[in-house]
Design a binder for this molecule. Structure first.
Ligand code: HEM
Length: 152
């Protein structure tokens, strides 16, 4: 394997680890731990945690896209296997869902926290939760498809 390909694969997998690992932590550790807090405490905390996490995901998405695009070109571009095209398709779908979370739903949480409209904030957090579950499932499927790309 050439150095450039090894570095790209390393960064690609690092981005995937940050994104998918962060979603596992948010959904299975943070969310249940905050469940019993009052909205006045919970929502500002969620807003500040999400604000930071989404920056990490934003960087990961750019890294995954650039390295994935490079690796795909190295693997034959349009002649690459269907598994690699499936990974790219699922990856882009996950990125669109993330974009919706970050730029459509998250601002609603921000506004609700600023205006102390707790029910509005809780609704928007519920939307994020559902979309994160979808992206988590897609992420795990994508990792499975990536393994299949090895030709087992
Ligand atoms: C923009 C979208 C993406 C593109 C174009 C892309 C493309 C690629 C390519 C070409 C490889 C190298 C495969 C090889 O040579 O064996 C690769 C590896 C990998 N990708 Fe992606 N990828 C994308 C998104 C994702 C996402 C979102 C995930 C997981 C959530 C993911 C998980 C993996 C894994 C686990 C490998 C390592 C596979 C192995 O070496 O066996 N990729 N990707």
């Amino acid at each position: 394997m050439g150095h450039a390909i090894a570095v790209a694969l390393f960064l690609h997998l690092l981005g995937v680890a940050v994104w998918v690992g962060g979603m596992i932590f948010a959904h299975f550790c943070l969310r249940p731990a905050l469940e019993d807090l009052s909205p006045q405490l919970r929502l500002p905390l969620i807003e500040s945690v999400f604000g930071r996490f989404f920056n990490w995901v934003g960087v990961s998405v750019i890294v995954i896209l650039l390295t994935g695009g490079f690796l795909l070109m190295q693997s034959g571009g349009e002649h690459a296997t269907w598994q690699l095209h499936a990974m790219a398709g699922l990856g882009v779908l996950m990125m669109l869902i993330f974009g919706h979370i970050r730029f459509a739903v998250f601002p609603r949480i921000r506004r609700a926290v600023q205006a102390q409209k707790w029910p509005d904030g809780a609704r928007a957090v519920g939307t994020v939760r559902r979309l994160v579950v979808i992206n988590l499932v897609l992420g795990i499927v994508t990792i499975g498809v990536a393994v299949l790309a090895r030709g087992f």
